[in-house]
Write a protein that binds this ligand. Structure first.
Ligand code: TXA
Ligand code: MG
Length: 316
């Protein structure tokens, strides 16, 4: 079968209308969110969702996030709670995903939840995503728009580099502002941090007035990113490097000599926004990558989580 090249659509009213039409037809469209580009498919259409797994080459046990236009839309699919209401009021639209029990007649394809009885829902803040979701008025399943296990995309070029010919279109709205995926909080029981991300954990804990529960190593709870190796460049990655060794390229943070700097001033928000693009660029050198230490606070939690996975041993 001849491969159809992926359309690059402008993020203007015509482009967004075309993207909504394609999604309604069960086709796959990558779209910008404030965190990273998502690989979208109609979450109510099993064939479309199966296509997402196929395009990414993703193991089917890893469930997907359903993106919706508003908290009201989310409530059509999940059992809402007082804590959900507080978090949604404070942080939606924005880089926060809530995992909640599915309602009866939720309408979501089982391929989205990978058979779990909970659903991850999120209301993204990016204006293009918001217009797209409002136009479509359906939940859109969207993992990050990269081949499974590889570096997440923060530009349309990154999306095309990994998925050209495998998806119908990409809506191009330039680079994403936040740069790391959403923070995921499980609300089926005691609120638990399932993945650190673009909303600092400290802000959530301040609102709730209590610390979030955390996973213990070896927990059997179905957690995001169970696959340790993830976000991986082609080259090897060495963390907490004070300086590069022979032959390495050096990714810095704060004032220092390096090939790329996540934030010369040591700003973690700026570093998160630059993270994946810097990894994509250093990866094209073909050299091993050494990375300076990043403080473990604020968005540093999400950055270090992604970097540990990028450095983890890979399957052969
Ligand atoms: O910022 C983001 O969250 C981006 C953009 C596109 O919105 N999306 C994203 O999706 O990062 P993805 O598929 O790469 O990551 C979703 C994570 C997975 O690690 C998955 O394990 C977890 O969410 N997840 C989804 N449903 C879940 C559930 N019911 N229970 C626990 N974890 C769940
Ligand atoms: Mg991903």
């Amino acid at each position: 079968m001849p491969v159809q090249p992926t359309l690059r659509l402008a993020a203007d009213p015509d482009g967004i209308a075309r993207a909504a039409e394609l999604l309604r037809d069960g086709r796959l469209v990558a779209f910008p969110t404030e965190t990273v580009y998502g690989l979208g498919g109609d979450a109510t259409n099993g064939q479309a969702v199966a296509g997402i797994y196929a395009a990414k080459g993703r193991p089917s046990f890893n469930p997907l996030i359903a993106h919706v236009a508003s908290a009201e839309a989310a409530r059509r699919h999940v059992h809402w709670s007082e804590t959900a209401e507080r978090l949604a009021t404070a942080f939606w639209p924005g880089p926060l995903t809530l995992v909640l029990p599915l309602r009866a007649n939720h309408g979501i394809s089982e391929l989205v939840t990978a058979g779990l009885d909970t659903l991850a829902v999120r209301v993204p803040a990016h204006p293009t995503a918001r217009t797209l979701l409002a136009t479509l008025d359906r939940p859109v399943a969207a993992p990050s728009a990269n081949p499974s296990g590889r570096i997440s995309p923060t530009t349309a070029d990154h999306v095309l580099a990994g998925l050209d010919g495998r998806i119908a279109a990409v809506l191009d709205a330039g680079p994403c502002g936040v740069g790391v995926e959403s923070t995921i909080v499980g609300l089926s029981g005691t609120p638990i941090l399932l993945r650190p991300g673009g909303l600092p954990t400290e802000e959530i804990e301040a609102l709730l007035g209590q610390p979030l529960a955390r996973h213990q190593q070896g927990d059997n709870i179905s957690a995001p990113g169970q696959l340790l190796s993830h976000y991986a460049p082609q080259s090897t990655v060495r963390l907490n490097a004070r300086a590069p060794s022979d032959g390495e390229v050096f990714l810095g943070f704060g004032p220092m000599d390096c090939d790329e700097n996540l934030s010369p001033s040591g700003n973690l928000t700026e570093a998160a926004a630059n993270l994946f693009a810097a990894l994509h660029r250093l990866d094209t050198t073909g050299k091993p990558i050494a990375i300076a230490p990043i403080p473990e606070r604020g968005l540093g939690l999400a950055i270090n989580d992604r970097l540990r996975r990028a450095a983890a041993p890979r399957d052969p």
